[in-house]
Structures are given as structure tokens and as C-alpha cells.
Write a protein that binds this ligand. Sequence first.
Ligand code: ADP
Ligand code: MG
Length: 398
Amino acid sequence: MNLQALIKKIESVDSYAGEFLKKFEIKTKDGKFLFIAPNSDYREWLETLLEGFLEEDLRNIIEIREKEDNEEKRIEIHGFLNPRYTFDNFIVGEGNRFAYEIVREALENLGYLYNPIFIYGSVGTGKTHLLQAIGNEAKRRGYRVIYSSANDFAEEMVEYLKHGKINEFRNKYKSVDLLLLDDVQFLSGKERTQIEFFNIFNALYLLEKQIILASDRHPQKLTDVSDRLVSRFEGGILVEIELDTNTKLKIIREKLKQYNIKTSSELINFLLQNTKNVREIEGKIKLIKLRGFEKLPERKEKNKLEKILEFVANYYALKPEELLSDKRTRRVNEAKQIGMYLCRKVCSASLIEIARVFRKKDHTTVIHAIRKVEERKKKDRKFRHLVGFLEKQAVEKI
Ligand code: ADP
Ligand code: MG
């Protein structure tokens, strides 16, 4: 691909790209492109496009950097504690409260209360944020802290080994008060690294030094990690972190406030529907900040709940608007109720989201509708078949 074609591609997802890209220095080498951004805003803009909006394979040919004199301002997260991550700016909801509280308590009782702490949950749920937050605060209080990802830990070990200094490596890690090991799943298959880490772990544990681990999965689900390490991981406290819809909603609201973006139920709904984790929420919000909500590409695409509404309306030979109206004929009522029921069943949408799509003031109507369908399903065999049929169709079509 040549540069012109590439720029065209980028412009096709963001109509502002032409203007923005003029601010970049672009270098081409061996079919790859280096985009040098004038500052972090532009870097983040392009990164967000690349991660969320452009085709997968472009990621292999595009590299994004920030101008040299800007680079020092930016602190790489790997191997460092980034002061950006604090307890204060961690938004707490149902799904992450336990993890948040355990880590906060650990800070006040470093090494004594829970050891180790093993936090697990899918990508972008705030694991690194929590590890970094306790690391920053512990360091501020004078503790010796190391934060490392399992990958960096492995690479560092190899370097020390190459220079015949493995003892220095061990001593470095054994002399901390708080060891934070992120992305533990990457220990998978790295036997030597696991042996070194096992020994460091034991030494720290005996000295009652705090160990906190984060992983994208439960210890039992780690692959190619020795049993003895897994049993160490399970020997303290296991904490799952997840993003339930309410927490997501809270995070979306607060982040929009932080970025000074005017909220609307449409915008919030869009973010709820189109993001899987906090990283994506932040990415989309940054993009909205740069070019406004109206210009977002996905907005044109109907979200799933709207598609269900259309699908049900279609089945009952009604217009989608009729399902949003106050009309109360039997047919309209039934279609509305089944529509809400399917949104819940097929998309696991929250009651609030469903209420929004069906233009209901609050979610009690939604609860009522779903209950109605469920009750009738129990009594009415024909109705049960109909709902089952629609559900299957919806799963396939939507
Ligand atoms: P993980 O390590 O679980 O993949 P991160 O900690 O890297 O996720 O989180 C991704 C992004 O989302 C980071 O920028 C982080 O600051 C932000 N984030 C995650 N959870 C929260 C939260 N509860 N409150 C505020 N920001 C959050
Ligand atoms: Mg992480």
C-alpha cells in the first residue's frame, strides 16, 4: 500500500483526518509507515483510530510515535509507575469494588493482611490501574516498589542471565516491600522465568513482603504454568474484577465529565452499546472530544436493540415508531413486550438501556413487560412457541 492509499483509508473513517494528518511527520520504510505526532493529543487520536476503527492488518504497518521533545513528557507504563493512575481517579462500582477495597486495605497493612493478592478479569477492566495506584501510593510513603509485567520480568531476567548477573537480578527483586506483577498469564511456557519467580515469591513471602498479581484469567485457567506456582497464586486472596453495566454507566458518566463533554442519553447509550471495557470507553471519548459525537462512524449503524425493535415490528407488520408510541392495541402491546423481552434475552441489555430504546421513562415498565411475557409463556403453549421462534430468529439475524 502506498501512503496516498493509506491516507485515503484513514480519511474514510474520519472526515477530519486530512487536517489532522498534516500535523504529522510521516516516514515510509519497507512498506511500513511511521507517523510522528506533534503532541500526545494527536498521537492518541491516531492510536484510537487504529485500535478501534481501522482494519486489523493496518496495525502491522503503522507505527505511531510522538515527537522527540514531547516524548520525555510521556511516561511509558512498562516497568514504571505512571503517576496518572491513582486511587482517586479510579471509579468504583459493583464489579470492581471488591478489588479496589482489598488493594486499599493492603496498602494500610502491607504484607500482613492478604498475601498474595491475585486479581483477575478480562482486558481493560482496571487491573493495571489498581496495581499502579497502590504502587504509586506505597512509593510515596517510602516503600520500595517494583512494578513489572510478566513479559518485562522475563526479558529482564534474560538480560541479567546473559551478562552473568542473575544474582543481582534476584537481589533486586528480593529487596522490595511491594512487588507488583502484571499480566501474569504471560508466564505461560516460560519455564526458567517461572523458576526464578517462584524463588523470588517464596523469599518475599517469608519476609512478609506484599505481592500483588494481575492476570486476565483465574489461576486454574493459566496454561503452562507450573502447579506449584498456581498453588502459590491461590494461597492468598483471589479477587475477580469485572465490568457490570451499572459500573460501566458510572464510568461513562464520570469520564464524560472529566473530558468536559456535554452528555445526552443518546451519547451515553451509544457508549454503552459500543464499548466492551474501560479502555474502549476512554478511546471513544477521546475521539468524541476531538471531533464531536455527530462525526463518529459507528453512529450510522443501528445498535442491536434498535435492530430488535425493528425486527419485532416487522414481524407484527407494524412500523417501529408504533412500538414507541402510546398506542395500546393488543397487537402493539404484545409486540412491545416481546421486543423488550428479546432485548433482555438476546442482548443481555440492562433495563435502563431497554427503557431508553423503547422511550420509557423508567425501567419499571420494562420489568413489567418482561414479566408479562414470562408468565404468559408458562400458560400459553402457542405463545411459548412464538417467543421461542422469534428468539431464535433474533439470535441469527442480529
Ligand atoms: P487492564 O489492566 O485490566 O487491562 P487497565 O487498568 O489498563 O485495564 O485499564 C484500561 C484503561 O481504563 C486505563 O486507562 C485505566 O485508567 C482506565 N480504567 C479502568 N478502570 C477504571 C476505573 N474503574 N475508573 C477509571 N478509569 C479506569
Ligand atoms: Mg493491564
